[in-house]
Design a protein around this ligand. Structure first.
Ligand code: GTP
Ligand code: MG
Length: 475
């Protein structure tokens, strides 16, 4: 469940409670934190005593009605040695949503309040138990839908991003101090702090921050999915292949050319050799010249999807072979798509002819377009399922490459971190132009401050509110 709340709401120090697990599982975990949580727990368990960090089996009853809630296992953490730094309890219940609801209502009657999204993590940051980037990493861990996203979030949790930025800041600090030394000793001959030298040392740092800012593109794709468009003439079977890849009847399929008129998008996790990769598939309107206004707008959107995609699946039809229209589409495709975007060729409806005939079309396809960047043409039948898993594998491999990352390589995943980098870069580019060591030092010091948010420092209330309200409740 997502919500949004102004940051003032998070600044309270009362006792909070929430269901931390999704409904529908065998167990539910209700977590509580705050000054009254142990009193509430005591009231619910008939005055039972708990030793911290030890799982204890209890019977929970609402003290007002004596009505039984559940038999549960409770673990308590005595503040400040807890996630939030406050007194915390975790109550493992049987998985029924009714039980969790009954417990939460009883606890609220005893003085707790339902937690806001991310409020436990907020309190952990407030208590200095975790850093803000770590809180963001928790959010990304929970939301990860690919192995790449999970690995990145785990590394961020262990502080790779904060360390890398700290290192850059230290190098900036060195330049600031050196230029300030230049000020102090300007009447003496200290030639190693000459401005040209400082600017030369600054260049690789600017380069590094630039790379970091640019890494957001990949970071975003890792978390939100690699965009992929399925394109081709009408009626070749794009929607049928889209549905076959998803394993569900998502897009409308008919034998009328021009059935799909808008971009239909769906997320799909596929297994690549390195791990699971998340894709954002787009089924597009068949491309052809048309008098129909609506269809024409759909075709325009198909081209938009092409220019926004990182992988393209170009479908032709085995029955028709490669037509003049296919050739025209492929040409435009190459000019609209990014230069490095792989175009995977697919010859669909191969069930409509003999294997020999279909292979002939396939090799013709490769001979004609292979030199122009078409990769691994695949023969499929969306109807019988032939070739669909091969297509899925090929797609997954190419998508994996688009978001591949070295272990330890930092990719930004938060918009406000990119903005912080851009601001720092503006200052540093300014420093490159100044003719005065004093101004140079000032710009460098400002840039150091600008990078603060990447290490969890100096974040505005507005950004804080956005970070936490985007969490699930109970985290
Ligand atoms: N025999 C056979 N028929 C197929 C295959 N794939 C699709 N079809 C049929 O071809 C027709 C068109 O399929 P769609 O998936 O709607 O084609 P499309 O490319 O999305 O068409 P537009 O949305 O009009 O651009 C439908 O009647 C499908 O059942 C296949 O592999 N074999
Ligand atoms: Mg379609």
């Amino acid at each position: 469940m997502k919500g949004s709340a102004p940051i003032q709401d998070y600044l309270r120090t009362d006792t909070i409670l929430a269901l931390s697990t999704p409904t529908g599982g065998a167990l539910s975990l209700v977590r509580g934190s705050g000054p009254k949580i142990f009193d509430i727990l005591s009231a619910l368990t008939g005055g039972k005593q708990f030793s911290p960090r030890r799982a204890t089996r209890v019977e929970l009853r609402d003290p007002r009605t004596e009505k039984k809630i559940d038999e549960a296992v409770v673990t308590t953490y005595l503040g400040p040695r807890s996630f939030t730094g406050e007194d915390v309890c975790e109550i493992a219940l049987h998985g029924s949503p009714r039980i969790a609801e009954r417990l939460i209502q009883s606890a609220i009657a005893l003085g707790a309040r339902l937690a806001l999204p991310g409020e436990f993590s907020f309190r952990a940051v407030r208590a200095g138990k975790i850093s803000l980037p770590q809180a963001e990493a928790i959010k990304e861990l929970v939301a990860a839908e690919s192995d790449g996203a999970l690995d990145l979030a785990l590394e961020k949790w262990s502080g790779t991003q904060a360390r890398e930025v700290a290192e850059t800041r230290e190098q900036l600090m060195r330049l600031a101090v050196l230029s300030e030394l230049g000020i102090d000793f300007s009447d003496q001959d200290v030639d190693e702090v000459s401005l040209p030298r400082l600017k030369k040392d600054l260049a690789p740092l600017i380069e590094k921050i630039n790379r970091l800012a640019d890494s957001f593109e990949r970071g975003k794709k890792l978390n939100q999915g690699v965009p992929l468009a399925i394109v081709g003439r009408p009626n070749v079977g794009k929607s049928s292949l889209f549905n076959a890849l998803l394993g569900e009847d998502r897009s409308i399929v008919t034998d009328i050319a021009g059935t799909t008129r808008d971009v239909v998008r769906e997320r799909l996790t596929l297994r690549a050799p390195g791990g699971a990769v998340l894709l954002r598939l787009a089924d597009t309107a068949g491309i052809r010249a048309t008098q129909d206004v609506v269809e024409g707008l759909g075709v325009e959107r198909s081209w938009q999807a092409v220019s926004q995609s990182d992988v393209i699946v170009f479908v032709v039809n085995a029955r028709d072979g490669i037509t003049a229209e296919d050739r025209a589409i492929f040409k435009t495709l190459k000019s609209r798509a990014g230069a490095t975007v792989p175009v995977i060729g697919v010859v669909n409806q191969c069930d409509q002819m003999s294997n020999a005939e279909a292979s002939q079309i396939l090799s013709g396809f490769l001979a004609e377009f292979g030199g122009m960047g078409l990769v691994t043409p695949i023969m499929t039948s969306a109807t019988t399922g032939v070739g669909v898993s091969e297509l899925a594998q090929t797609v997954a491999q190419h998508a994996w490459v688009r978001v591949a990352r070295q272990t330890g390589e930092v990719l930004l995943t938060q918009e406000h971190h990119v903005q912080a980098c851009r601001q720092a870069l503006e200052r540093l580019n300014g420093a490159r132009d100044v003719q005065d060591v004093v101004l140079f030092a000032t710009d460098v010091r400002h840039a150091m401050a600008d990078l603060g948010p990447l290490m969890g420092e100096v974040v505005t209330d507005d950004i804080l509110g956005r970070i936490f309200s985007d969490f699930c409740i109970g985290k």
